[in-house]
Write a protein that binds this ligand. Structure first.
Ligand code: FAD
Ligand code: NAI
Length: 328
């Protein structure tokens, strides 16, 4: 019997590792505490259509990632988003065009991780609480006390704070993960019956509770009948208002949006708020991945590199590369 490799986390890092391991002929089994894949690249289905509440777009700078994105584009999983970009600074809104190529999943951000998942076996709604070694192999235990195994190796592909608790068998790696601070982001979606009278489709914001806002409907393949917007608060504001009720978060960020947008702002037909507790690492790292090959434990995620979609994908590749190399 082939003993599979366990991968905890079906964000883009875990799926990137899964794809590379599968391509090299290894059996994998993925686990995620959510009911679907994508992690911070997941999209929320709502009455206002599908909304990208986490990652908004991504850039591709590393040649390997550029190649992967090109393949996704050929298969129709991603398309270039060319928003009319603005910048808000010192109380002033101004157009801020540039030449940067920005990608989004189509018809929603989660299309990418959905396609990467393919037919790989995944157990969803399963929060792993313990990774422990038996005589020969690894086992996992979930929050309901159910045990899974045996596994030949374990790849942990979660945000750093969640990885720390799963790394009890490797105190050195746990120590490194514990040193990574991850900051929250409050996200709010608003939808309007009548389109807002602004050409703006994306805006980098300074000196505000907001950090970024995007016209979700301006992304390719979105078919909402409403004019949908996604607002992200800064890390500082999100930290300060971490436990604020969702209604109050919506009110405050809606207010900040109304202040900067420069056009009449009707009452939204639809609102929602989502709190990303571990949205982004406070600083970037250059680890690629963390590993203890003798033990058979590997760790990846955006926090091992740039804290962006590209960094997460590259980190998953690096974890898989190290694992495969150790087996050769
Ligand atoms: P994640 O996507 O977080 O995946 C980890 C997975 O592990 C999750 O699915 C989670 O459910 C699962 N998990 C965690 N603990 C357990 C457990 N104990 N048991 C089982 N499963 C578990 N990047 C960009 O490049 N451009 C952007 O515009 C951008 N905007 C962003 C905006 C926001 C609001 C946020 C939150 C992020 C943004 N990012 C952006 C960052 C980008 O989304 C991340 O870098 C990337 O998606 C991280 O992928 P990952 O696989 O490392 O982690
Ligand atoms: P990018 O190159 O588009 O942006 C990088 C940064 O450059 C922006 O944050 C912005 O400050 C500045 N910038 C870029 N184009 C600009 C323009 N036309 N006008 C004014 N400023 C401009 O994308 P990259 O490097 O791939 O970064 C990803 C984005 O994801 C960043 O904006 C980052 O803040 C965001 N992000 C947000 C997270 C969150 O939790 N809210 C988590 C991780 C990433």
């Amino acid at each position: 019997m082939t003993v599979p490799i366990a991968i905890i986390g079906t964000g883009i890092a875990g799926l990137s590792a899964a794809q590379a391991l599968h391509a090299a002929g290894h059996a994998v089994h993925l686990f995620d505490k959510s009911h679907g894949s994508g992690g911070r690249m997941s999209s929320k289905r709502s009455d206002a259509g599908s909304l990208d509440l986490g990652a908004q777009y991504f850039t591709a700078r590393d040649r390997r990632f550029v190649d992967a994105v090109q393949q996704w584009q050929t298969k129709g999983h991603v398309a270039e988003w060319k928003p009319l970009l603005y910048n808000y600074h010192a109380g002033k809104l101004s157009p801020s065009p540039d030449e940067q190529v920005r990608w989004v999943g189509t018809p929603r951000m989660s299309a990418i991780t959905r396609a990467m998942r393919g037919d790989l076996p995944v157990t969803f709604s399963c929060r792993i609480t313990e990774v422990f070694r038996g005589e020969e192999h690894w086992n996992l235990q979930d929050a309901d006390g159910i045990t899974y195994g045996p596994f030949s190796h374990v790849v942990i592909a979660t945000p750093a704070p969640q990885a720390t608790t799963l790394l009890a068998a490797a105190p050195k790696l746990a120590g490194v993960a514990a040193g990574v601070q991850m900051e929250p982001t409050w996200a709010v979606a608003l939808a309007f019956d009548t389109p807002l009278q602004t050409p703006m489709e994306g805006c980098f914001v300074q000196d505000s509770a907001l950090d970024w806002l995007a016209r979700n409907r301006s992304k390719p393949g979105r078919d909402s009948a409403l004019d949908t917007w996604v607002l992200h608060a800064t890390s500082a504001w999100s930290k300060q208002h971490l436990d604020m009720p969702k209604e109050a978060v919506i009110e405050q960020l809606h207010g900040a949006f109304a202040e900067l947008v420069g056009c009449a702002m009707p009452a939204p037909a639809f609102t929602l708020a989502h709190r990303w507790l571990y949205a982004r690492p406070a600083t970037a790292h250059e680890w690629g991945a963390l590993s203890d090959s003798d033990l058979g434990l590997y760790v990846c995620g955006d926090w091992c590199l740039s804290g962006r979609v590209e960094g997460a994908w590259l980190s998953g590749q690096e974890a898989a590369r190290r694992l495969i190399e150790h087996l050769e």
